[in-house]
Design a protein around this ligand. Sequence first.
Ligand SMILES: [Zn+2]
Length: 430
Amino acid sequence: MTIQQNLPRWTTSVDRSSIIYPSKWPVWVDEHSDGVDWHCPQCNALIGEKCHPRRILDILTCCPRCNILLAFPSRLPGECYTQGAISLPGRGCHLDESMYFSGKGMSIVAQSTVDAYDRECGRGQTDSQQELILDSKYLLDKVKVLENIFGTDLPSILDRHRKATSTRTPPKDPHRLVELLVYVRELSDCLSATDDLVNVDLDLNRLSEFLLASSMFHRWRHHPAISDLTRKIAKGTEVRHSVMLLGLASYIVDEVLPVELKEATALGRSADLVTRPVLHEELLIELKTPTALQSPRVQSLSSGEAQKILKKVLGAATSGSRKQLDAANSGMVAVGAFGITDKDFAVLNQAARDLLRELGSKKESRKPYLAGFLTVNAKAHVEFNETKPSTLRFASALEVNMIPYPGYKGALNVRPGIRTGGGILSPPGR
Ligand SMILES: [Zn+2]
């Protein structure tokens, strides 16, 4: 059913707005939606016909009949627009004919919308510097970024951690972020005593996880969901999940399409990420970071163990009262690993392919809303620079694979379009 609605009149400054000056009405016609009929409140001209409510964002339109300025809805903080969005430059443009939206993904947003979105997720800000000077000062700068998360509680948190880990029965599940901070502070002290990295005992997995965390929390610092994540991480819960979530979100934003971080609802049933390949269908992504896929692993991953891990995460995401994915939307399950070997990652990917093939081979496809698995491995690539011993060529990268589900019956065209093996950070300079 189409809703009739007046567009609000715009009376404030137009400095940074994208304005359309049309000569005909309706200005926009949406061929894919019942949506909203937008009218001019002064002369009642039909400005937008049957428009999807999020099809046009942050755009001002001059009424072609009575010349007043009208405002289409604004993007909400954190909201992502569709993959096929067209951005309109700030100076605006003239439109001589009605414009028809024939594609489901197409939407119109202001350039300021894209700029605001980019700022929230730190898109286009990654440092392209290839060489990392791994000295004490560099590390301390990064330490401070993460220590800020704890605010004034930092001294007591460090004190508690020191006491807990110096007992005969150290805690089984220490605060991961505090552990990383303590390690990197020690490393920094060690580096201030020597400038030759070859003499330093580096734990590359811990260093890589630390640099990923610091660069992710810096990158997403303007995002509305960051305070929620920061609170969680300060409590010591979901440290790796939060870091991997920001890493995966960065990868998707940089390589594929805009993505939205979902804040947990009171029911705890919201998936972690949402993308809108088209306006009418969301793709939800639920991320799991099983402890069995975190370095150091005692032995290499067998295909039986990988299958068991994947079945468990798939079950948790798609069944029971706390499931995050269901038939209401297309969904994917992302499985995040920290620093596992290439061989283990290959075993995990093969197990995911086998599991999905098995699930989809049943006569009635099970979980037809499931689009597939995303597998992620956060790992470090490091090379010593022989001519300059105090520098490292260091890239902390996420390796991401998409494994489509053959039994997926949803509306999206899901192919392994997500590029594999791409690094999101090279190096994690910011
Ligand atoms: Zn009018």
